[in-house]
Design a binder for this molecule. Sequence first.
Ligand code: TPP
Ligand code: MG
Length: 544
Amino acid sequence: MRKVASAAQAIVDSLIEHGVDTIFGIPGVHTYKLFDALYERRREIRFIGTRHEQGAAYMAYGYAKSTGKVGVYTCVPGPGVLNTTAALCTAFAANAPVLCLTSEIPAADIGRGFGILHELPDQLATLRSLTKWSQRIDHPTQAPPILAEAFRQMTSGRPGPVALECPWDTLSVTALTEMSARASEWEPPPADPIAVERAAELIRNSRNPLIMVGGGAVEAAAEIGQLASRIQAPVTAHRSGRGIVAEDTPYGLGLAAAYKAWLDTDLLIAIGTRMELQYLRWRKIPPNLKIVRIDIDPREMVRRPCDVGLVTDATLGVRALNAALAGAEAQHRSRAEEFASLKSQARTEYESVQPQVAYLDVIRDVLPRDGFFVEEICQVGFTARFALPVYAPRTYVSCGYQDNLGFGFMTALGVKVANPTKVVISVCGDGGFMFGVQELATAVQNQIKLICIVFNNRSFGNVLRDQKTAFEGHFIGESLTNPDFVKLAQSFGATAYRATGPAELKSVLTGALNDGGPVLIEVPSEPGSEASPWPYLHPWSAGR
Ligand SMILES: Cc1ncc(C[n+]2csc(CCOP(=O)(O)OP(=O)(O)O)c2C)c(N)n1
Ligand SMILES: [Mg+2]
């Protein structure tokens, strides 16, 4: 359909065409026209204003990561865009379809260095270095096809973030515009049958296969569950792949239990994963290990070569393997008891990571199976990677390999916006929480009813431990003077509690499920009082 529209209207129209229902952000003079177009369509797109651009970008990230749908935010160019770059690199790291929608200085002035409000030397180049794809919209007629391409980029192949900029004056330009451009349907390449047969042969010859799943496998849960039981292989994950096979079923193993099987593994079946866990965390590679990889990103086969690589989508790839292995289950006796024993041995060992394990037990007890847990770069967050069992895909929300302090609370707000009927629990340290504390206002204003637990050890606890153990107690930059978190949250209008110890957390948390608005729970502790989780994440550091 053709109509006369401004570039701003054409952009907003395209967002709605592609199913966008929420946009996070902060307005400014460069984007007023875009906001006016959003105002016109306010019944179709909900706008959530944040208190800092990084909050908007992390919320879009949480929205995207927890649903697989595109998460959208908007900000002014220059400083506004730069405020979102930690979230953008997180979306890139965790393969999340996040759209950054921004503006530019007036079109004719770009690149000339006049020193115009919010000017950057080369904003598009900056954005291109942080995203899968970025583009400028120079005219209203370009908006629908460029947005269509943006959606195709974000959701095809390896998903990832995209940025679009439309200059300040261009947003107001009107033209007769064809509005109906839609992202073309994307078909993943099918698995190569010869490679499938070679992979099946390796699987038939393997005594101890291990399946590793990553974020690229979240849509293939049924197929992966079938493969695991057919070949009696345990399935493990590091972060984004957690819950694809529920960790309370025989085949779903947390990473601590999986490490117990690892050094005897003769075949790694890696599905939609960079294998960060094996190569960068565990580091020890079993001798004579064979590797089968299924990945949609052909570059992966170059980054970490394997014996057989299937460049295809996880669902198609695993389906093809299942078909090639039909009947194989008859040759395997059940290993369920063996896997249960690995899990209970691992649990007995990591039980010593206190008090974090006790707190995580309480959280797991209270959190429904389909509730979301958003981790952070803190003692409880690190421990959760092996001590909080996950039961459903996408419900364990992490920041991928960036491990960027502070992402958690803001991301959790976006998770809750996208999943309003689900319970969302965010855990933070006192350090990380303060990176996004201002978004408590956003939570209250928009009634985003998440539960955030702040573990307050009055320090950057991880830094404190490292300085104590590796730098002879040369403490610098580790100690934190904090506000009273309960009063702070109350002053924002949130409900707040303090819980001392796991038993108290249990009763406070159970009650908080029925609270009407956002809830903050502070759990105080002494600096340096937590056991280190690192021996389980980096077994080599403990000589294992
Ligand atoms: C963006 C960013 N800045 C700094 C760091 C380095 N860092 C890792 S953990 C940590 C301390 C975290 O403190 P807190 O949030 O209080 O959690 P705790 O370890 O005390 O539980 C720091 C500063 C990081 N990972 N990311
Ligand atoms: Mg701390």
